[in-house]
Design a protein around this ligand. Structure first.
Ligand SMILES: [Zn+2]
Length: 269
């Protein structure tokens, strides 16, 4: 056997042209093998990188923000993906449908997504829960924008497809009776600030009449501090006040504008 190899080697060495061809052939083979190996290493790294990114994206738990590192049990990833939507994700969805900048139809305050949200299915305006509670208590659950009784809780903000901003009508002493059940803005002189017998309800009188007879802004018990406190309210006497609120007609107390927070008292002159 070694004799055969020796004979071939001797014949090749005696033929320089064949030696050159064989050398080139081996070099080409060597380059091909090296390239193949490089390609395999690159593909392997890319695959690992993609897997790692996919895991990083899907493995951040919305509620715990716990990251699952590469190599951990993949069953954990499945558990995480189906957890409830985080507040951050809700805000992203809200941005997509431009909820930001919309105001509560009753208070006029910017919608806050950390609180429970309601929407009128008819005219599409929004309410925070505290405003909806006032509509339940004082407006027969009717929307202050359209007057319909179609307000529902928004359980998934991504389901909102239409939106609307309520711009309250401007009421005056001559026309306020037209806006019963609606949110209005009103500017008037404060003739008197009256308190109920227990001192827990306030009537800021826009007419120089008795509580039940005159048009007024009312602040109910439990809302006094939110509306600036007793001193602030008493100091409205003798001023001109611009207010935004729900205009209603109470069968005993008469026409009144209900406010629930100080921001609804838009200006004091
Ligand atoms: Zn409505």
């Amino acid at each position: 056997m070694s004799f055969i190899f020796k004979t071939i080697a001797l014949k090749i060495s005696s033929r320089p042209d064949i030696s050159l061809i064989l050398s080139l052939f081996f070099i080409v083979i060597l380059i091909f093998i090296i390239n193949k190996r490089k390609q395999r290493i690159h593909n392997n790294r890319t695959f690992r990188s993609e897997q790692s990114q996919r895991l990083e994206y899907s493995s951040v738990s919305p509620s715990t923000n716990k990251e699952i590192r590469w190599g951990e049990n993949l069953q954990n990833v499945d558990k995480v993906v189906f957890q409830e939507i985080s507040e951050q994700e809700i805000k992203i969805s809200a941005n997509n449908i431009n909820i930001n900048g919309l105001r509560d139809a009753f208070t006029g305050v910017d919608i806050n997504l950390s609180s429970v949200l309601y929407q009128c299915l008819y005219c599409k305006v929004f309410y925070q829960k505290s405003s909806y509670d006032i509509l339940v208590e004082a407006n027969n659950k009717e929307c202050v924008s359209c007057g319909k009784k179609n307000i529902v809780q928004v359980t998934d903000i991504r389901s909102i497809v239409k939106k609307a901003q309520h711009e309250p009508k401007i009421a005056t002493l001559d026309n306020y009776k037209e806006y019963v059940g609606r949110s209005v803005t009103f500017e008037g002189y404060v003739f008197d600030v009256k308190t109920s017998k227990d001192g827990q309800n306030y009537a800021i009188m826009f007419e120089d009449k008795r509580w039940c007879e005159g048009f007024k802004m009312v602040i109910f018990r439990g809302k006094i501090d939110a509306c600036g406190g007793k001193n602030f309210i008493n100091n409205l006497r003798g001023k001109r006040v611009v207010v935004r609120g729900l205009l209603r007609h109470h069968p005993f107390f008469g026409y009144e504008i209900i406010v629930s927070q100080q921001s609804m008292i838009l200006d004091v002159k």
